[in-house]
Design a protein around this ligand. Structure first.
Ligand code: SF4
Length: 369
């Protein structure tokens, strides 16, 4: 386990400078590698009720962990204002994350506020949420009524003992499955089920998960175990490459590749030859997809991260609380995105060596996955 942890009020946060020349948004802004700004992931809480060993291990996130005080969190009004400014730059997809986003009190109210936003051409946004599913059975209907389009549920095993061991809080798998069904019944689909695969921990669950979700309305996606944050003790040996996952499943249930739904889709799609649905493979380690990465992340306390593997955030909250105008904040966002050249996963080996030298990546529970 890592010896150091990242303090959430750490000093590695940089300011977000407002440019001298302000510019109204044009509906599109490209980064230094010609990638448009398209997706905004909003972390609404740094807390979670699970202690997944690869994300919020108990040894680090214990009862003494310094979670953010409520006053540090962006309010729903602040989040909505930021989202509106991003939409004016071309963002069409909003994803609420955490921590566990359903732990944020009155999250439905935020969903309703974001639902009212429109793209410059007047279209509603794609509004989605990633959850561990633990509170979904209770909340699915209210989320749908508030205007949420769909959910992605994280589920790393079907075997109850394995699942309990992985979430490390003794949460039963049937409760998550009930949550998925409730979300489906409420119309929060298509529902994606994300399984992070770590060799030796849950790779024996690949086939049971594939069998379980085959011929259902749910799209199962396998994610290579990643070196996000500094707490999960990542090692390349822990990664089960996507091609191995595809061949393990394909040996029993033959598969063929499918064209992506849209340019820049993170998962490669495979469908069962017998026509009983499809799976997705997210090869974040073995086949990096940085060249199509159009995502920016807003942390719970209003720091912007231009990459999941960032070692430094940019303090948007300071601008919000300093009384800056929409035009000033919007110009600062555009300037940040234009300078972005992140492609961590494509250069992982170099970065891993540099990180050994001292720099620390931010935790996934802080900025959302
Ligand atoms: S490593 Fe960074 S730039 Fe590459 S895909 Fe992930 S978030 Fe995007």
């Amino acid at each position: 386990m890592a010896e150091k942890i990242i303090m959430l009020n750490d000093t590695r946060t940089g300011s977000l400078p407002v440019p001298a020349v302000l510019q109204a948004p044009t509906g599109r802004v490209d980064d230094a590698l010609a990638r448009p700004l398209h997706d905004l992931r909003i972390s609404v809480t740094d807390r979670c009720n699970f202690r997944c060993v690869y994300c919020m291990p108990k040894e680090v996130f214990d009862k003494d962990y310094p979670y953010l005080p409520h006053a540090s969190l962006l309010s729903f009004e602040e989040i909505t204002r930021v989202a509106r400014l991003f939409v004016e730059h071309g963002v069409e997809k909003l994803r609420l994350t955490g921590g566990e986003p359903l732990l944020r009190k009155d999250i439905e109210r935020l969903v309703g506020m974001l639902r009212d936003l429109r793209t410059p051409s007047g279209r509603p946004l794609d509004l989605t949420l990633t959850t561990n599913g633990s509170l979904l059975a209770r909340k699915a209907r209210a989320l749908k009524d508030a205007g949420l389009d769909r959910v992605t549920v994280s589920l790393d095993a079907l075997d109850d003992a394995t699942f309990r061991r992985m979430n490390d809080v003794d949460f039963a798998v049937t409760d998550v499955l009930d949550g998925i069904e409730a979300a489906h019944a409420a119309g929060l689909g298509p529902i994606k089920v994300n399984m992070v695969v770590k060799r030796g921990m849950n790779d024996a669950e690949i086939l049971p998960m594939a069998r379980h979700f085959k011929a259902t309305p749910f799209i199962l996606r396998f994610i290579e175990f990643m070196d996000v944050g500094a707490s999960n003790g990542w090692n390349m040996d822990d990664v089960v490459p996507s091609r191995e996952i595809a061949s393990r499943i394909g040996a029993e249930m033959p598969l063929e590749p499918v064209e992506p739904n849209y340019h820049g889709e993170t998962a490669t799609r495979w469908r069962y030859l017998d026509g009983s649905g499809e799976i997705g493979l997210i090869s974040s380690v073995t086949q990096a997809f940085c060249r199509d990465c159009t995502r920016i992340r807003l942390s719970t306390e209003g720091q912007l991260y231009t990459c999941l593997f960032a070692t430094r955030g940019h303090d948007l909250r300071a601008l919000l609380r300093d009384g800056r105008s929409d035009l000033e904040i919007s110009s600062a966002i555009a300037q940040l995105w234009r300078a972005r050249a992140d492609r961590y996963s494509e250069t992982r080996t170099i970065h891993t060596a540099a990180l050994r030298g001292g720099a620390q990546k931010v935790e996934m529970s802080y900025i959302g996955g």
